[in-house]
Design a protein around this ligand. Structure first.
Ligand code: ADP
Ligand code: ZN
Length: 733
C-alpha cells in the first residue's frame, strides 16, 4: 500500500471499534473500517482503499457488523483537525440525493484541500524584552519605538514598517533586546469590527437593512430576496446583515458569480469592517486555500467571499449566506456534479438553521415566484440612491436605421456617442461576443472553419492571430490560404465580435482612448483590476466590452451604453432566452449614470416589438415579470413544473444514439412524468463526443428524483466509453 501521507501504518492494536467512512470517490455508501477507538461522525481520517490510501470522513450511517474480523481494514490515520460539522454532512447527503450524484463525489468537494489537514505551523515573530541596546542608533530607536506596545511582529514585517534593513532587527535579537517568539496562527486573521465604518443609509436602504438584521437576530432559517434596481445600494444593505452576524460571533459567506467580481466586494468589506475577508475560488493559490480551509474549520475566519465551491467549506459556525447577483447563470455548475449554487445555498441555510439572502437587480423567475408566493421575504429598493435616475433606454430599429454595409454601429448610436464624448463623458459599446468574428469562410469555395472536436465554428481571434473553439479550447493559426481550395485572400470574417467593433470605433474616433474588455484580456485579475480602475478614474473614453463589464462595477462617468446586438441570445430557441436577455441588458444598460448625472442606453435591434426589448425601453420590469411568469406557468416550465435532462455521450455516434434509445425505452411508465427524446443535444458534438439528450418533465408535486432513480436502475448501464449524466433543473433545454 502506498502511503500518501507519510505516516507509518498503525501497528495492529485492539480493533474493537467499527466506523463507517465515506470516501471521496464515486460511491454512495460509506465503507466500514476498524479503529482502536470510537470516532465521532465528522472525524477526518485516512483509510486504505484498494491499493491506495485516501482521505475520508466518518459518516453517520451505521457500520456493517457482518464483515469478518480478518477481512476488515483499519483506519490508518486520524487527523488533528476540527470535525466536519453535522449540518455540512447533512448538506452533502442532501446535495447527492438532489443531483443524483454519489455522496462520495459530493464529499470530494469538501475534502479538496489535503494540505489543510495538517495544523498550520505557528508564526515566527519577535517581541521586545525591555533590555536596552548597547548603542542606541536612530534605526534601532525606530524599531524599539514600534515595539513599545508589547506586540509581536514578524522580522521582515518589522523591518519594513520601521524602514530599516533586516540586519538591524537581527542585531537587536543578538543583543537580547528582542526575543524570538512563536505566535499561534489565530492572530493571522484580522477581526472585523462591525462598528468600524457604518454607512449612513438612505431610508429605503435602512428599512431593508433592518429587516435583514432582524432575520439574522431571529437565528433560524429564512430566505430574503433583496430586489433592488441597479445602483440602489444593495451591497451596503446586505453588509448590515454581515455586521450583525459578526456581532453574534458567527461566520458569513458571500457568494459571487464570477471571480472578477470578488475583488470589488472584498475591497468594500475591508473598508466597512477594517478587516480583509478571506477569498475562496479556483484562482487562489493552493497554500492560501489550505490556510483559508483550516481557518474556516477552526472558526477563525469570520467572513469568506467566494465562488460557488465555497458552499462546501467546513465552516465551524456558519450563520449567514448571501448570494449576490443571484440570477446569474454562472451559479450553475454543469460538469461532473451539476448543481445550482443559489438553490444549494438555500439548502445549506435550511440544514444549518440560518438566514440566506439573495440579491439582484433582476431576480430569477424562480426567486420572484417564490417571493410572490410568500416563501421568501421580498425587500424592494425601487429607486437608485439619491441623485441618480434610471437610464433612459431607447431602441434603434436596424431594419430602417441600420448602418452602411460592413459597419455595425448605426448613425443614431454613432451621433449619440459623439455628443457624450464631446461632453467629456464615457461611452460603452456592448457586444457579448469575444474575438473578432464568430465565423470565417472562404469566398471562393464556401469552406467554413469548424472545430475538429465540436459541432461549432471557430472564432477568429485576430489579436492572437488564431482561430479558436470556445468549447474545447482547440486553437489553430489563421491560414493565409483556404485549406480546401487553396485560394489566397479569399477568407472572410463573418459577423462581429468585440475586437471588430473596437476596430470600427477606432476608425471613427482616432483621438479617443479606447479599451477592449473581455475575458481575453491578458494579465489575469490584477490587470483587469487596474484597467477597471483606469476606467473609473476617467483614463478611458470608450469601452468596448463583453458581459465581463455588464455586472458589478461602478463607472462614475459612464453616460451612454450602446448595445450593438440586442437580439443576440433571443433567437436560440431556449425557453430561458427572454429572461437571460432581459437580465443581461438590464445589467449592462444599468451601468450608465449610476452616480449622479444622466445615463442612456441604446439597443440596436431587428425586433423592436419583442416583449424583452419593449420592457427594457419602457422600464416596466413588472410587466416583463408578469408576462414571463404567465408564459412559464402555461407551458408547465420551471418553477411551475420540474425538469431533468439525461445527457448520453460517447466517441461513436451510432453507439451513443442507440444507448440513448435503449435508455428511453427503459423509462418507467408514469401518468405524471413525460419523457422526451432522445434528440441531439444543442451542442451535438463536444470534445469529440456525440451527445444525445433525454428530457423528463413533471408537475411540481412529483418526486422527479425518485422517478429518475428508478429509471436509471431499470435502464442499461453505460458501457465502455459511453457516459450518462443527469442534470436536474437544466438551465437550457
Ligand atoms: P447596487 O449593488 O444596488 O447596484 P451598490 O451597492 O453598488 O448598488 O451602490 C451603488 C453606489 O452607491 C456605490 O458606489 C455605493 O458606494 C454608493 N452608495 C450606496 N449606498 C450609499 C449610501 N447610503 N450613501 C452614499 N453612497 C452610497
Ligand atoms: Zn471544440
Amino acid at each position: 500500500m502506498t502511503d500518501l501521507f507519510g505516516t507509518a501504518p498503525r501497528a495492529s492494536g485492539r480493533r474493537d471499534h467499527r466506523v463507517s467512512v465515506l470516501v471521496p470517490v464515486a460511491v454512495d455508501a460509506p465503507y466500514t473500517y476498524a479503529s482502536d477507538r470510537a470516532l465521532a461522525p465528522g472525524t477526518v481520517v485516512a483509510v486504505p482503499l484498494g491499493t491506495r490510501e485516501v482521505l475520508g470522513c466518518v459518516w453517520d450511517d451505521p457500520p456493517d457488523e457482518t464483515i469478518g474480523h480478518n477481512r476488515i481494514r483499519e483506519v490508518s490515520r486520524i487527523f488533528d483537525c476540527p470535525p466536519i460539522a453535522d449540518d455540512l454532512r447533512r448538506f452533502v447527503d442532501w446535495v447527492a440525493a438532489w443531483t443524483l450524484g454519489t455522496r462520495g463525489m459530493i464529499l470530494r468537494m469538501v475534502l479538496r484541500v489535503p494540505d489543510a489537514l495538517e495544523p498550520e505551523p505557528p508564526i515566527k515573530a519577535v517581541r521586545a524584552t525591555g533590555t536596552a541596546p548597547e548603542r542606541r542608533t536612530d534605526a534601532r530607536a525606530r524599531v524599539l519605538e514600534m515595539m513599545s506596545d508589547g506586540m509581536a511582529w514578524s522580522k521582515s514585517g518589522l523591518a519594513t514598517a520601521a524602514g530599516v534593513s533586516p540586519s538591524v532587527v537581527d542585531g537587536l535579537v543578538a543583543q537580547g533586546c528582542l526575543e524570538a517568539v512563536l505566535i499561534p496562527p489565530s492572530t493571522a486573521y484580522a477581526v472585523p469590527d462591525p462598528e468600524a465604518r457604518p454607512p449612513k443609509l438612505f431610508d429605503a436602504q435602512r428599512h431593508a437593512a433592518d429587516s435583514l438584521v432582524t432575520a439574522v437576530a431571529a437565528d433560524r432559517f429564512s430566505v430574503s430576496l433583496l430586489d433592488g434596481v441597479t445602483g440602489s445600494g444593495k451591497t451596503e444593505v446586505f453588509l448590515e446583515a454581515v455586521a450583525e452576524t459578526v456581532r453574534r460571533g458567527r461566520q458569513s459567506l458571500i457568494l459571487m458569480p464570477e471571480i472578477s467580481l470578488t475583488n470589488v466586494v472584498i475591497d468594500r468589506i475591508e473598508r466597512r469592517f477594517a478587516a480583509r475577508p478571506a477569498e475562496w475560488h479556483s484562482a487562489v493559490p493552493p497554500r492560501q486555500r489550505a490556510r483559508v480551509w483550516r481557518g474556516v474549520a477552526e472558526g477563525r475566519v469570520p467572513i469568506v467571499v467566494g465562488a460557488r465551491s465555497a458552499l462546501f467549506l467546513p465552516f465551524a459556525d456558519l450563520g449567514l449566506v448571501i448570494v449576490d447577483e443571484e440570477h446569474d447563470p454562472a451559479y450553475k455548475q454543469e460538469d461532473r456534479v451539476s448543481y445550482h449554487a443559489r438553490d444549494m445555498a438555500i439548502v445549506r441555510g435550511r440544514e444549518g438553521g440560518f438566514p440566506v439572502i439573495l440579491s439582484s437587480a433582476t431576480p430569477s423567475i424562480e426567486s420572484r415566484v417564490n417571493a410572490d408566493q410568500g416563501r421568501y421575504r421580498r425587500l424592494h429598493l425601487p429607486t437608485r440612491i439619491a441623485g441618480s435616475e434610471m437610464p433612459e433606454v431607447t431602441a434603434i430599429d436596424m431594419r430602417r436605421d441600420g448602418p452602411e454595409q460592413g459597419q455595425w454601429i448605426s448613425p443614431r448610436l454613432a451621433s449619440a456617442a459623439e455628443r457624450v464624448l464631446a461632453d467629456g463623458r464615457q461611452v460603452l459599446f456592448f457586444l457579448n461576443r469575444r474575438g473578432y468574428a464568430p465565423l470565417t469562410l472562404c469566398r471562393t469555395c464556401g469552406h467554413r472553419f469548424v472545430c475538429p472536436n465540436c459541432s461549432t465554428w471557430l472564432v477568429d481571434h485576430r489579436l492572437r492571430g488564431r482561430l479558436e473553439c470556445h468549447h474545447c479550447g482547440h486553437s489553430e493559426k489563421r491560414p493565409e490560404a483556404c485549406p480546401e481550395c487553396g485560394d489566397l485572400d479569399s477568407l472572410v470574417a463573418c459577423g462581429p465580435g468585440v475586437e471588430r467593433i473596437a476596430e470600427e470605433v477606432r476608425a471613427r474616433h482616432p483621438d479617443s482612448r479606447i479599451l477592449v474588455l473581455s475575458s481575453d484580456l491578458p494579465g489575469g485579475s490584477d490587470r483587469l483590476r487596474r484597467e477597471l480602475q483606469l476606467v473609473a478614474d476617467g483614463g478611458v473614453d470608450i469601452i468596448v466590452g463583453t458581459q465581463l463589464v455588464a455586472k458589478g462595477h461602478t463607472f462614475p462617468n459612464l453616460a451612454l451604453v450602446g448595445v450593438v446586438d440586442a437580439d443576440l441570445g433571443l433567437a436560440n430557441g431556449d425557453p430561458r432566452a427572454a429572461e437571460r436577455t432581459f437580465q443581461l441588458l438590464t445589467q449592462v444598460t444599468g451601468r450608465a449614470g449610476r452616480t449622479g448625472g444622466t445615463g442612456e442606453g441604446m439597443l440596436q435591434t431587428y425586433a423592436p416589438e419583442h416583449p424583452v426589448i419593449k420592457a427594457l425601453v419602457s422600464g416596466d420590469r413588472e410587466a416583463f415579470y408578469r408576462e414571463e411568469v404567465a408564459a412559464r406557468r402555461n407551458a408547465g416550465l420551471p418553477p411551475f413544473g420540474r425538469l431533468a435532462a439525461i445527457v448520453v455521450s460517447g466517441p461513436d455516434k451510432h453507439e451513443a444514439e442507440s444507448y440513448a434509445r435503449a435508455l428511453a425505452r427503459a423509462a418507467p411508465r408514469s401518468d405524471a412524468v413525460e419523457v422526451l427524446g432522445p434528440a441531439e443535444a444543442a451542442l451535438a458534438v463536444l470534445r469529440g463526443r456525440y451527445r444525445f439528450r433525454l428530457l423528463a418533465r413533471a408537475p411540481r408535486s412529483v418526486d422527479l428524483q425518485a422517478y429518475l432513480r428508478d429509471w436509471l436502475a431499470a435502464g442499461p448501464r453505460p458501457r465502455g466509453a459511453l457516459k450518462c449524466m443527469v442534470d436536474v433543473d437544466p438551465q437550457s433545454f
